[in-house]
Design a protein around this ligand. Structure first.
Ligand code: 13P
Length: 241
């Protein structure tokens, strides 16, 4: 059985106070959520400590939005695995397209971050996906194959989550059709050595498309941006039917 992982990526949204307000409204809505659904929240680093305290003893896991490959050092603005694990963080998003696009993240640095996450006992959520231009040029499959081949060198696939996030679907409201997301995720799976790696879909996931996405056989969860910022909307996603 593949694990179902529903994660909220808050990106650069929410102060610590706003994170507490979110949890107050969100947590009571998880009472009848099936236990086999792993719910993960990835707030900004500044909210991790307070959220870790609030979530102690709950079923919701914490994730970070990045992790550096060294254990410590002169790397201004970066964060280490130990800093995250000390706070009870269990997951780390690696290689998000916004990191690749705006912060010069390459397949080589993504690979190093994946390995570091696993060295610290964190489960990395590796993001892959194509631009609109690459899709229009029929390069989707080749691009994703290439990302996987480079990013996963030396990575233990038994301790990994992958998110297929087509860049053209992120923050645009232009969700990838469920059948197409299912097809690409099937292709990703066919390239892996371990059959039961959970593979998520991400890109404009909303309360009104979650049920259809999760009914697809290859889709093992979602990575949600905008719709994870509001408690009722993320609760509806977590409690998909
Ligand atoms: P949206 O859900 O806002 O499209 O963002 C998706 C995403 O980038 C999650 O990592």
């Amino acid at each position: 059985m593949r694990k179902i992982v529903i994660a909220g990526n808050w990106k650069m949204y929410k102060t610590q106070r706003e994170s507490s307000e979110f949890l107050q409204a969100f947590m009571p809505q998880l009472e009848s959520t099936p236990q086999e659904r792993e719910v993960v929240l990835c707030p900004p680093f500044t909210a991790l400590s307070a959220m870790s305290t609030s979530l102690h003893g709950s079923s919701v896991q914490l994730g970070a939005q990045n992790i550096h490959w060294e254990n410590s050092g002169a790397y201004t603005g970066e964060i280490s695995g130990e800093m995250l694990t000390e706070l009870g963080v269990r997951y780390a998003i690696v290689g998000h397209s916004e990191r690749r696009q705006y912060f010069g993240e390459t397949d080589e640095t993504v690979n190093k971050r994946l390995i570091a996450a696993q060295r610290h006992g964190l489960i990395p959520i590796l993001c892959v996906g194509e631009t609109k231009q690459e899709r229009d040029a029929d390069e989707t499959e080749a691009l994703i194959s290439n990302q996987l081949a480079k990013d996963l060198v030396g990575v233990d696939q038994k301790k990994l989550v992958i998110a297929y996030e087509p860049i053209w679907a992120i923050g645009t409201g232009d969700t990838c059709e469920a059948l197409e997301a299912n097809r690409v995720i099937g292709l990703i799976r066919s390239q892996l050595k371990v059959a039961d790696v959970p593979i998520q879909y991400g890109g404009s996931v909303k309360p009104n498309n979650i049920d259809e996405l999760m009914s697809q056989p290859e889709i093992d969860g979602v990575l949600v941006g905008g719709a994870s910022l509001e408690p009722d909307s993320f609760a509806r996603i977590v409690n998909y039917k």
